[in-house]
Every structure is written in structure tokens, then in C-alpha cells.
Design a protein around this ligand. Structure first.
Ligand SMILES: Cc1cc2nc3c(=O)[nH]c(=O)nc-3n(C[C@H](O)[C@H](O)[C@H](O)COP(=O)(O)OP(=O)(O)OC[C@H]3O[C@@H](n4cnc5c(N)ncnc54)[C@H](O)[C@@H]3O)c2cc1C
Length: 392
């Protein structure tokens, strides 16, 4: 892969809306991605392997639990800093951002919000430092968009719970020490359980042959009569709202992350359009290429504004799930369209691993599907504005 020459677009002077701390956090993440992700990511995506050597660096830039309080090992930052970290990481690769999102919003967040003080003390500092990695098991082979139908279940056996079932498409599963698993109790109520690697009957086979998120490890979680200690139940929230609360936080991070992927594709295509000569001119001089680039920067700018405002609402504790859903859907769709257009601007070179665009394009196919598909998010907005439920 070529040297990383990324320069972030800021067409509407959005930096003026950021505090010094936001810019410091963002610039540190950007530098780290240039130094530690860009030089190796193409190789790891090609061999379909998560680069475990970057775990310490992710922890150092605050990517594991950016908004988790410092007393639990988190970075204690606000929601905009959290978003900017996700933006910069996904500028490097959506798979790396996925690993950080899962660790922060889907593993640390439920332990912090729904766990006991003992659980917080035991797990959060190790997850924040990357000593332990976590995964989040909600999706099942027969229950994706409709997780309420899950069949994974646990029974109360007096001194422990007995867990049975299977989860599919689980990011970080092949190497995670800790899994937050959503399962139904005997009354059919959904609860979160902390399952640890090494518990008898718990296995995590890896999912192979992905053409997307190749630098992120994906796997199954299989529970065959796993004895889970009673103190591993997350006691402070149950029902589908518990995993959905985690997804709010993760989807918010994805909304920022998708901007990062789009910015990288736009920046690469813009530079290429000024250097590549055809018919005696740089291709950027042709109106058809300018149309693509002009539309890209317009869409990026709109997404930046939408997402910054969402961050302000999150900081004030006022963002609704439906507002987060809209930003996730809009921004991922925006990024995937920009990746496609950017790839065309690079012609044949666009399909190679010399540039990041094709990798972003393939990665975004997962991002538009996970954490609620594009269709599901349209229906969430539809429900919010009409009051009529298309899911029933
Ligand atoms: C790489 C990757 C990593 C993932 N990581 C995780 C993870 O860490 N943890 C986890 O729990 N899950 C994870 N997932 C799972 C992901 O969240 C699901 O794939 C997603 O929710 C969609 O479920 P599904 O694949 O079963 O598709 P389905 O639900 O079967 O949907 C198939 C199609 O039907 C459409 N559809 C479904 N219902 C409706 C409806 N009511 N109206 C209209 N259209 C509908 C969908 O939009 C989609 O187009 C991951 C997925 C991928 C690909």
C-alpha cells in the first residue's frame, strides 16, 4: 500500500465547533492511525487476520471505553471525543473500528451501566487496557433483525445458571476472553450474562470466507450446558431494551466512523484526480469527475453537521434512539456511495490494494448490515414519525 497522505476535508470549518480537547484527541488518533494502522492494514485484510499488535495502541489512544469514567480505567471523555476517535480509526479501517466499538459500547458499556460494582472493578480496567478483549452475542443463526425471537436460554440451577444456545456473526469472538451474552430465562425475559473463555462447554469457532471486514475476526459462540456463576448475571437491566441501549452507543460511534471511511475515499480520489493525466489533462478537470467529487464533499459535510449535532445532544443526554438510528443509516449509506464513486475515479487502480478504497467499500457492506440493517433503520424512522409500527 502507498504512504498514507490523508488530509481531512473540513469544508464548513467544523473545527471551529470543536474544543481544544476534541482536537487534541482527534489529532492523536489520526497520528496513531497513520503510524500504526495504515502501514499494515492492507496486509492483514488480505490475510483475513486481526492485527493483535495494535491492541495496546488502541488502548493508549482511549479507544477502549472513551467515555467510561477514569476510575474504571476508561478515558473519561465526552461523546464528541468518542465519536472523533471512531472517525479516525475507521478512516484507517472499519474492521479495526469494529473491534474498538464492540469493546467499548457492547462490552464495557453494559458492564458499566447494568453491572454490579464488583463486576465493574473486575472487568472494566482490564478491558480498558486491552489486557482482556470482549465480544457481544446478540445475533443468532435464525434471529438477526428480530433478536427478540432468540432461543439461547439459561436455567436457574440453584448455585449457577445453565446456558444453552448459539450466537452467530460475533465480532472479536475468536480471541475474546469475555463475552456479553444475551439469553432468555425460564420466563422468557432477556438478560445479559458475562461468559468467560475457559468455561466448560463454551466454544468460539471462527467464521471464514468473508469478503468484508477481513481485518476483524468474526465467529460463533456456542453454549453447550455452560455453567455460568450467578454473580455473572448483569442485574440492573433486563428485556430487549438492555442490548438495545448498548446498540445506541455503538450505532452513534458507527455514524462517526462511516464519515472517516468516506473522508479517506474522498481524499484519495481528489488527490488522484489531480495527478492522473488522460487526454492531456488531469482527470479532475473533466466535468464528470468534478461532479462526483463535488457531490462527495457535499454529502460528507452534511453528515459531519448531522453527527456533530447528535454528539451535542448525546452530551446533553437528549439524543433519542431514533435520532441515532437516522445518523447511522444516513452516514453508512453516504460512505458506501462515496466509496463506489471514489473507486470509479481511480479507474483500474481503484480495485487494487495499493489504495484503501476497495477495502473501505467492501467493509462498508458489513457496516450497512450490522447493528441494524439499512432497512431496519428506515423502519425505525418510519415508526418514529408516523407512530405506526411496521415490525408488527
Ligand atoms: C461482519 C459482521 C459482524 C457482526 N458482528 C456482530 C456482533 O458482534 N454481535 C452480534 O450480535 N451481531 C453481529 N452481527 C450480526 C448483524 O447484526 C446481523 O447480521 C444483522 O442484524 C442482520 O441480521 P441477519 O444477517 O440475520 O439478516 P436478516 O435479519 O435475515 O435480514 C435479511 C434482509 O431482510 C431484511 N429485513 C429483515 N426484517 C425486515 C423487516 N421487518 N422489514 C423489511 N426488511 C426486513 C433486512 O433488512 C435484510 O436486508 C455482525 C454481522 C456481520 C456481517
Amino acid at each position: 500500500m502507498r504512504p498514507d497522505l490523508f488530509e481531512a476535508p473540513d469544508y464548513y470549518n467544523l473545527d471551529e465547533l470543536l474544543s481544544d480537547e476534541h482536537k487534541l484527541v482527534r489529532d492523536a488518533s489520526r497520528e496513531w492511525v497513520k503510524r500504526s494502522v495504515s502501514p499494515i492494514i492492507e496486509e492483514y485484510a488480505q490475510k483475513a487476520e486481526f492485527p493483535t499488535q495494535i491492541i495496546n495502541g488502541l488502548a493508549e489512544i482511549g479507544a477502549f471505553g472513551p467515555y467510561i469514567p477514569i476510575e474504571y480505567g476508561g478515558a473519561g471523555l465526552d461523546q464528541i471525543s468518542y465519536g472523533l476517535i471512531m472517525q479516525e480509526i475507521e478512516r484507517g479501517d472499519s474492521g479495526v473500528r469494529s473491534t474498538a466499538s464492540v469493546q467499548s459500547s457492547l462490552v464495557m458499556y453494559p458492564i458499566w451501566k447494568y453491572g454490579t460494582e464488583e463486576q465493574r472493578q473486575k472487568y472494566l480496567p482490564k478491558l480498558a487496557s486491552g489486557e482482556w478483549m470482549g465480544c457481544f452475542g446478540l445475533t443468532e443463526p435464525d434471529h438477526g433483525s428480530n433478536p427478540a425471537g432468540m432461543v439461547t436460554n439459561f436455567k436457574d440451577k440453584g448455585d449457577h445458571y445453565l446456558l444453552n444456545g448459539a450466537k452467530m456473526w460475533i465480532s472479536n469472538a475468536p480471541f475474546a476472553q469475555v463475552a456479553i451474552v444475551w439469553a432468555k430465562n425460564e420466563e422468557g425475559r432477556i438478560h445479559g450474562l458475562i461468559v468467560e473463555r475457559g468455561m466448560e462447554g463454551f466454544s468460539t469457532p471462527e467464521t471464514h470466507n468473508k469478503w468484508s471486514l477481513r481485518a476483524s475476526a468474526t465467529g460463533e459462540l456456542i453454549f453447550d450446558n455452560v455453567k455460568v456463576p450467578k454473580e455473572n448475571l448483569l442485574p440492573n437491566k433486563s428485556g430487549l431494551g438492555a442490548p438495545l441501549g448498548c446498540l445506541d452507543s455503538a450505532r452513534y460511534g458507527i455514524a462517526w466512523g462511516a464519515i472517516g471511511a468516506a473522508m479517506d475515499c474522498y481524499d484519495t480520489a481528489l488527490r488522484y484526480s489531480k495527478e492522473r493525466m488522460q487526454f492531456g489533462k488531469p482527470i479532475g478537470q473533466f466535468q464528470l469527475q468534478q461532479k462526483k467529487l463535488a457531490e462527495m464533499i457535499t454529502e460528507i459535510t452534511k453528515a459531519q453537521l448531522l453527527t456533530w449535532r447528535l454528539g451535542v445532544l448525546r452530551n446533553e443526554g437528549k439524543a433519542t434512539s431514533a435520532q441515532i438510528s437516522m445518523a447511522k443509516r444516513n452516514n453508512v449509506d453516504m460512505a458506501i456511495n462515496i466509496a463506489r464513486k471514489a473507486r470509479q475515479i481511480l479507474g483500474g487502480m481503484g480495485i487494487t490494494g495499493e489504495y484503501s478504497i476497495m477495502r473501505h467499500s467492501m467493509n462498508l457492506e458489513s457496516v450497512i448490515t450490522y447493528e441494524g440493517t439499512h432497512d431496519i433503520h428506515l423502519l425505525i424512522t418510519g415508526l418514529d414519525i408516523t407512530g405506526l409500527n411496521a415490525f408488527k
